[in-house]
Write a protein that binds this ligand. Sequence first.
Ligand code: KIV
Ligand code: ZN
Length: 386
Amino acid sequence: MNDNKVYIFDTTLRDGEQVPGCKLNTKEKLELALVLEDLGVDILEAGFPISSPGDFESVTEISKLIKNTTVCGLSRAVLKDIEVAAEALKPARHKRIHTGIGTSDYHIKGKFNSNRADILERAKQCVKWARNFVDEVEFYAEDAGRTDNEYLAKVVEAVINAGATVVNIPDTTGYCLPSQYGAKMAYLRNNVPNIDKAILSCHCHNDLGLATANAIEGVINGARQIECTINGLGERAGNTSLEEVVMIIKQHKDLGYYTRIKSEQLNPVSKLVSDTMRMPVQPNKAIVGANAFSHSSGIHQDGFLKSAITYEIINPTEVGADTSKIVLTARSGRSALAYRLKNLGYNFNRNSVDIIYAKFLEIADHKKEIQDEDLHQLAQQVEVTV
Ligand code: KIV
Ligand code: ZN
């Protein structure tokens, strides 16, 4: 394992597709799988083969198509699930079975009506079984975020001994604070004797808006894989958003990590996923939202026009977004107005801009945003009177 590389495990087609209304057919899944491979994801979770014949078919077809990326299939800690996942993954060049079971007392008692010792046995058994079919087995300790650390360490040690090559520590309910999630990773790194034989993975949900922060904190504390989705799609409030973790790692070179993701493709891929899954992206979404590179207040616009770095930490071309936008509202200033007029071919002097600005504010107080047509009209009025 390269110590500084963070593996990107994309689960848009599995956890992302669990979002109501985002269901994909095989053709749509194949199109997105190719795009995600080209984006540079290291592992692609293609689906949950036992869940339906359609998902089985999607995982098989993706396995035939994808060349370099590892294709992964989800299963429960159920022998039949694992066999079906292995069957669906058969054509894949690089394959991984992702199997696991709930390890928190909430799950052990509430879901399985079982006890810690039995769950530990089932965890070992499912990993051993999966290793009969593939070399790469990832174990997930569902609800690890709320699992007692001492017990979790025992489970992690046991599944690594049973042959797990990756161990996923999901914060399934999005409950953890970044400090708690980071401390959990550090605890595992320091207390599981065979931990160097597996990669630790972060799988964080966004119920408290902490999925991205938790995944990054997990990496800082020793994890080297992040499970994430395009646009942060996923069960309930969603998963860690791929574009956010990739750009945090890229912007914060001081952290010393890197991914293989081609960041210039992030916006086009986000748009394709949003269109295909019929799930709009909120305008203020980091990296891929429509407003991520828009400046509308006068103070920000003035600073940005003097030197972009004053208000932009990412160049939009780096993430494949359109150029930065200067949006005109009643909060905009003269320099933004002059800039937009200049872009439309008007070269007014300072006095004329002042005159236009007064008229502009009158209109802007009644309109949400001033468009190019409004500017043409304003400019023509002033051209006539000056
Ligand atoms: O959130 C979760 O725990 C999951 C597992 C199936 C990995 O999605
Ligand atoms: Zn999940």
